[in-house]
Design a protein around this ligand. Structure first.
Ligand code: ATP
Ligand code: MG
Length: 400
């Protein structure tokens, strides 16, 4: 049997809810495992979660685990029979597989919960350490800061050994922090905002405001592909398209150019609030960063936010653009966001939007619109689609 031991991130504070978090993590991992050829068993236990299987190489499993929220780190563990010969043989095989540099250091850490095993942990460490040292003379021992640590745990049913440890994403298991509606444009920021909340355990649905024919089918397709990339870090995501053309053309007609952006954003949020009720979500997520553009000054956010009491989560509020770009590159949204198709905000962008809109003035201007009717009409035209992770070909939409 082959095994990977998964260390939970941040579960020590969860008390009685611990099992709920563990099961959510298992469900998420199981979803991604379901695309593999071989059956892999997931066993959530109190201290660790285990993946167990028979034949395949560990690499596809490592590739899955590195992008699953709620994991601190994970380690392939090899089980051998209870004898010093078997342990030493496996130790050499494990070091053989490592990419060893000339002055690397190593150490052996042995535990012996199985007291029937004749050698104690000190003796195991000494004996295995000396055969590794002989087989790999370029290595020296460092008990405090070794480059390679071989962990040996001698248990009832065998000795479990691991020498590689991989960092996980951290955060909380997907879906343990409720559900948020992500306002997803085709830009760089909003996908990262969604990713940050997913990493923190929030399930998301993606809402995109589209203004055909002013915005292209390619722009819509781009946001769907961004959604598929985000789903890679979670489960299939519901994509909600809101028809926004009528609202934007009406605003263009009756609202002065310098206030149109503020009014447009307020219309978006009014629709988001209604969608949140429909979709049983308690929060809206967007990609705003303080001061980045005219609609993201404190004065703008105050006036826009005023239409709803729903929490608006802005995970990027204090993040610089270059940090956002760095995350976009690391999670694979950069190239998609970089595609040149304009979304509705760019197409209808005013030449000189107010950076300090006044609430009273905006409310007065909005009297020129039939706000309720416009909101109802947009809501009546929404379409829903389930989008599977982009690297999994058979979309298991029925698993939602
Ligand atoms: P992004 O890079 O995410 O587009 P941005 O810096 O271009 O953000 P804005 O265009 O002002 O900023 O948009 C601010 C936020 O409003 C976005 O991060 C996104 O959450 C939301 N948003 C903007 N346009 C749309 C849209 N067409 N559909 C859904 N949400 C949108
Ligand atoms: Mg944008």
């Amino acid at each position: 049997m082959k095994q990977i031991q998964v260390h939970y991130a941040e579960l020590s504070t969860k008390g009685k809810n611990r099992q709920y978090f563990q099961n959510k993590l298992a469900t998420h991992i199981n979803y991604h495992l379901s695309f593999l050829e071989e059956k892999v068993t997931v066993r959530p236990r109190h201290d660790y979660l285990y993946l167990e299987w028979e034949h395949m190489d560990a690499q596809p499993l490592l590739d899955i685990l590195k992008d699953v929220p709620g994991i601190a780190r994970f380690e392939p563990v090899y089980q051998v029979e209870l004898s010093m010969d078997a342990i030493e043989e496996q130790a050499l095989a494990l070091f053989q597989k490592l990419d060893l540099k000339d002055d690397d250091t190593f150490r052996i850490q042995a535990r012996r919960p199985n007291r029937h095993f004749p050698e104690n942990s000190m003796a195991i460490q000494r004996q295995v350490g000396s055969s590794v040292g002989q087989a790999f003379p370029q290595l020296s021992v460092d008990l405090d800061h070794a480059d390679h640590t071989l962990v040996i745990s001698v248990q009832k049913d065998g000795a479990f050994m691991s020498v590689e440890s991989y960092p996980g994403l951290g955060g909380l298991p997907y879906g343990t922090s409720g559900k948020g509606l992500l306002m997803l444009s085709g830009g760089f920021d909003s996908p990262i905002a969604g990713y940050q909340m997913m990493k923190r355990g929030m399930a998301i649905e993606a809402v995109h405001f589209a203004s055909p024919p002013y915005t292209s089918p390619q722009a819509l397709d781009k946001t769907k592909r961004l959604t598929a990339r985000l789903a890679h870090f979670g489960m299939p995501i519901t994509f909600i398209e809101v028809p926004f053309t009528k609202i934007q053309t009406t605003i263009k007609e009756v609202i002065p150019d310098d206030s149109s952006m503020t009014v447009m954003r307020r219309m978006m949020l009014r629709i988001m609030e209604r969608l949140a009720i429909q979709r049983e979500s308690l929060a809206v997520i967007n990609g705003e960063a303080l001061g980045q553009v005219a609609s993201q000054t404190l004065e703008s956010m105050y006036v826009i936010n005023e239409v709803t009491s729903l929490p608006i989560l802005r995970p990027l509020i204090a993040t610089d653009k270059n940090e956002i770009i760095e995350i976009a590159r690391s999670i694979g949204t950069y190239d998609l966001s970089n595609e040149p198709f304009d979304d509705c905000c760019t197409v209808f962008a005013p030449v000189q939007p107010h950076t300090r809109p006044k609430l009273g003035a905006i409310e007065k201007l909005e009297e020129r619109l039939d706000v309720d009717a416009l909101v109802e009409e947009a809501l009546a035209g929404i379409t829903l689609e389930t989008i599977a992770p982009d690297d999994e070909s058979n979309s298991h939409t029925n698993l939602l």
